[in-house]
Design a protein around this ligand. Structure first.
Ligand SMILES: C[C@H](O)[C@H](O)[C@H]1CNC2=NC(N)=NC(=O)C2=N1
Length: 198
């Protein structure tokens, strides 16, 4: 869609370029703004310390002896994962998003499955209304949250996701409003989202 918009812009630009006068110039600037607006936006889902979390993993199989995260760690880890939400009793973290379409959601699930199987730590995954994705992470062996849950969340946040452009625009605005800037160790990385006309 974006590619078509750029082609349209180039075609119109050539036509408009041949015209002279203020009207042509105004039309060209409107067209350029439209293409820029459709180009991309930044959705900052990697909070401070996300890289460090992503490098963690399930050093060994999760068991009932796997330590639960402490309250201070919980606060730190959630700052690294602004796209995730902590449930009321602090035993699970959840991320939801709307995929571009059904196959985009399935492609994401397949990428998630590779990561989860490689790490030996498995989220609960749900797909509703053909493209609404929900991922839940908790360590079943302890019935609560351990470091592998946060490591897995950070790894999943690094996967390339084909979002619904409309949803991505809303989420980018939400995150921009909630993220209070990166700490000194913030990796500050962000996700470029191609947003084309819905
Ligand atoms: C033996 C194997 O590592 C364990 O059964 C793993 C598998 N994946 C897991 N995934 C999650 N989310 N919690 C667990 O307790 C868990 N245990």
């Amino acid at each position: 869609m974006l590619h078509q918009a750029i082609l349209r812009y180039k075609h119109c630009d050539r036509v408009l370029f041949a015209c002279t006068g203020g009207v042509a110039r105004r039309c060209r600037s409107v067209l350029a703004a439209r293409v820029c607006q459709m180009a991309s936006m930044t959705m900052n889902i990697h909070g401070p310390g996300a890289d460090k979390l992503r490098a963690e993993g399930c050093s060994s199989a999760c068991s009932r002896d796997t330590p639960r995260v402490e309250p201070a760690e919980l606060t730190e880890y959630m700052k690294a994962l602004p796209a995730w939400h902590l449930n009321a009793d602090k035993t699970m973290i959840t991320r939801t998003f709307t995929a571009r379409n059904f196959m985009a959601a399935i492609r994401f699930f397949n990428k998630l499955a590779e990561v989860a199987e490689a790490e030996g730590h498995h989220p609960d995954i749900h797909l509703r209304n053909f493209r609404e994705v929900e991922i839940n992470l908790s360590t079943h062996a302890v019935g609560g949250l351990t470091l592998p849950d946060f490591a897995m969340a950070a790894k999943l946040d690094a996967l390339d996701i084909e979002y619904s452009p409309k949803w991505a625009k809303q989420e980018a605005e939400r995150l921009a409003a909630t993220v209070t800037g990166q700490g000194e160790d913030g990796d500050g990385t962000s996700v470029k989202v191609e947003a084309s006309a819905p």
